[in-house]
Ligand binder design. Structure first.
Ligand code: MG
Length: 299
């Protein structure tokens, strides 16, 4: 449509195009998320100190942690043990860390089938435990001979089946992007989210791992904003050596925490890391650092 000047001015008066100068305070105001984000800390089973499951849970519960992340290996046989251990506690199962066999995007059908069956078994147990999802890497470096495009098409197809199973079990598949030294196929959080977008299945989501993100993301905040509603778990470690947050000089998560706040993130931030010092001292120190940086992400 072409407007003459008179028509243009009339239209402008209605829409306010001419002379409309947005007040500076409004120009960059982001919409409030539907729910306010909270820092819900979680700890992997192997990271928490303690000789028994009960000791590990006692330790993290005393620090105000809300989540516990076990591995997926043998999970089906541990459902009752974990349910009993968590009974009456404030801590619940966060994510389930991998533990499956096979490779979902292998060029070999048998290897793909092993992955599918193994993951379904873990997802059933994850659902029984009320987990947000089972973490999975489609293929580490050298685990598939398929090219990128073929890998992605295959993954989207197989995730539809896996997502249906996850959804019926009451949980999700969580794609984990890794850094290039471990995986060339899926390295950025936004790429994982784009795969979720294409699969379009509530049983398929993505996670972010601050340590991998150190090497692959130009902005932690932008990565989390791009993931948006598809983001359902976060791993955290020191940024250079993958030890306890705060054990590397200059460990900073504020930019990423801003992104989590902007999207109203409701899931967990889980310790997946080694430790340079004594865990019984390093974990409380890391907890204080993360809570301080979460506050700093307000402004
Ligand atoms: Mg991780």
């Amino acid at each position: 449509m072409r407007l003459n000047r008179r028509e243009f001015l009339t239209a402008s008066a209605v829409t306010g195009i001419v002379g409309a100068v947005a007040p500076a305070a409004q120009a960059f105001t982001l919409p409030d998320p539907p729910q306010k984000a909270r820092l819900r800390l979680s700890c992997q089973e192997g990271v928490a100190p303690g000789k028994s499951l009960a000791e590990k849970l006692d330790f993290i519960e005393a620090l105000g942690f809300e989540g516990f992340e076990p591995g997926g290996g043998g999970l089906a046989k541990r459902v009752e043990e974990l349910q009993t251990a968590l009974n009456g506690r404030k801590v619940r199962i966060s994510a389930i860390c991998a533990g499956f066999r096979g490779v979902l995007i292998s060029e070999q059908e048998e290897v793909r089938r092993t992955a599918m069956e193994s993951m379904k078994e873990i997802l059933t147990a994850a659902g029984a435990l009320g987990s947000t999802g089972m973490i999975m890497v489609p293929a580490f470096n050298n685990q598939t001979k398929l090219g990128h495009q073929e890998s992605r098409e295959l993954l989207v197809k197989l995730l539809a089946e896996l997502g249906d199973h996850a959804q019926k079990a009451g949980t999700r598949v969580l794609l984990e992007p890794l850094n290039r030294r471990e995986c060339h196929f899926l390295r950025q959080v936004a790429d994982g989210a784009a795969i979720c977008h294409d699969v379009n299945n509530p049983g398929v989501a993505v996670m972010g791992d601050f340590w991998h993100m150190t090497w692959e993301e130009t902005s932690d905040m932008a990565a989390f904003i791009a993931a948006g509603k598809y983001l359902h778990h976060v791993h955290i470690a020191s940024r250079k050596d993958r030890k306890m947050p705060g054990e590397d000089e200059g460990d900073n998560y504020v930019d990423g925490f801003k992104g989590l706040k902007i999207i109203g993130y409701q899931d967990f931030v889980s310790l997946e890391c080694g430790c340079k010092g004594d865990r019984t001292k390093a974990i409380p120190a890391a907890t204080a650092l993360l809570r301080e940086q979460w506050q700093m992400a307000n402004g």
